[in-house]
Ligand binder design. Structure first.
Ligand code: PLP
Length: 432
């Protein structure tokens, strides 16, 4: 088997940056990306045979760990009946039913293939249903890479230090109003000025693409209140949080307990169990604006693909309360050890955590991280050394300080112990 470096050299000749998604290129941490050839439970193994404890988790989908036997078996069963039909089949309905059972307010569901497609379609639907043009988003929230949503996006855009993207026209960008996250006054003001032109506010249920940034108490409820008052829609992007953290709102705190639901949700990652499935969902009267019942067009050759439906259904069926309790406990143990290691090494930091989803930032202890400006002001140059020390110690972290760490049901005590043992050395590397 060629080395990681040989594979990367060949890939760079064939693909821009050697990758199919920018953050994978290790641009902000330096060095050669590990080429993964196998994944099982909490581990991934690279082309050179090195096994790592994985905290990337396929960027979220691997809630149950890699190659969960029941998910794999469900996929095998589906494959035995064909890879795709381009026609309706019963498993689409099964997964849609599971989503509706778990998500108050998800009265109707449309399956799509990626989170980007889900948010792009949700925005089109909001415009079509309201007859209005303006979309409000928050700086640092990433909603995929459709043109109008790339303004001040987090995630890879933040990692590369880009303001947005070349190729997005001014006309497209001008219909997206970008506000600072957690800024209630700015939100109220924009509605006071443009309330009757705003089609929707799109927000991550809990932002996790500028690092994790918990919503201030009442902020999501304020979005709900203002959108409702002005006849705009609220799009709750749960591509990252949906079916991963119980706090995000789909069966937990913010939405249900405060007695409100968004008009539209977007889901991705966990809902596909590792295969390309995402969804938009929401109120029946809005969802029925989608073709073929309504005039807002959306279609997809691979939408509702039967193999992806099988993976998603098996994953949600096995995402029990015990799974969430386990992941929460393991995430708490890792986050606490991370804090201790950084403190012992004298590295100023803060840890932002919502349920099992957490990230940390350097040099932010004084003010904390409440928005994109705070996240960008951190000492991100320290992360490269931290990342590589962890990699050396056999822990595969997201190659960007702006990403959350993903634990899974398969992260047992041995895997967590390996992470915890690696942290002091990485903290010392970051201190230099
Ligand atoms: N929305 C959020 C909140 C995300 O975190 C992501 C991806 O990370 C997306 C949308 C886009 O999803 P995808 O990468 O499947 O297009």
């Amino acid at each position: 088997m060629p080395t990681n470096q040989q594979l990367f050299d060949t890939a760079c000749d064939l693909m821009p940056g050697g990758v199919n998604s920018p953050v994978r290129a290790f641009g902000s941490v330096g060095g050669t990306p590990a080429f993964i050839v196998d994944a099982e439970g909490p581990y991934v193994t690279d082309a050179e045979g090195t096994r790592y404890v994985d905290l990337v988790g396929s960027w979220g989908p691997a809630l149950l760990g890699h190659r969960h036997p029941e998910v794999t078996a469900a996929v095998h069963r589906a494959v035995d009946h064909g890879l795709g039909f381009g026609a309706s089949h019963p498993d689409e309905t099964r997964l849609a039913q599971l989503v509706r059972t778990r998500v108050p307010g998800a009265e109707m569901i449309r399956m799509v293939s990626t989170g980007t497609e889900a948010t792009m379609t949700a925005v089109r639907l909001a415009r079509g249903a309201t007859g209005r043009n303006l979309i409000v988003k928050f700086a640092g929230c990433y909603h995929g890479h459709s043109d109008g949503l790339l303004a001040a996006a987090g995630s890879g855009v933040a990692t590369m230090g880009l303001p947005g993207s070349a190729g997005v026209t001014e006309a497209q960008a001008s219909e997206t109003i970008v506000l600072e996250y957690n800024d209630a006054a700015a939100l109220e003001q924009i509605f006071a000025e443009h309330g009757d032109s705003i089609a929707a506010v799109i927000t991550e249920a809990t932002p996790a693409n500028m690092g994790v940034v918990p919503p201030a108490a009442g902020f999501n409820a304020l979005i709900r209140e203002l959108t409702q008052r002005h006849g705009a829609l609220m799009i709750f992007d749960e591509v990252m949080t949906g079916f991963r953290i119980t706090e995000a709102g789909y069966w937990g705190a913010s939405g249900r307990e405060e007695g409100w639901t968004p008009d539209l949700f977007t889901f991705g990652k966990v809902i596909g169990g590792g295969l390309p499935t995402a969804a938009l969902a929401g109120r029946r009267e809005i969802m029925e604006h989608l073709a073929p019942t309504g005039p807002v067009y959306h279609a997809g050759t691979l939408s509702g693909n039967p193999v992806a439906m099988a993976a998603g259904t098996a994953t949600l069926e096995h995402a029990t309360a015990e799974v969430y309790e386990h992941i929460d406990a393991q995430a708490a143990a890792v986050a606490s050890a991370l804090g201790s290691a950084l403190e012992t090494a004298g590295v100023d930091h803060s840890i932002q955590k919502v349920g099992s989803l957490f990230s940390f930032s350097f040099g932010t202890s004084a003010g904390g991280v409440h928005n994109y400006s705070d996240a960008q002001a951190q000492e991100s140059f320290r992360y490269g050394a931290f990342f590589h020390a962890m990699l050396q110690a056999g822990v595969f972290l997201p190659p960007s300080v702006f990403e959350a760490w993903f634990l899974s049901a398969a992260h047992d005590d041995a895997a967590v112990e390996q992470i915890i043992e690696a942290l002091p050395g990485a903290a010392e590397a970051a201190a230099k």
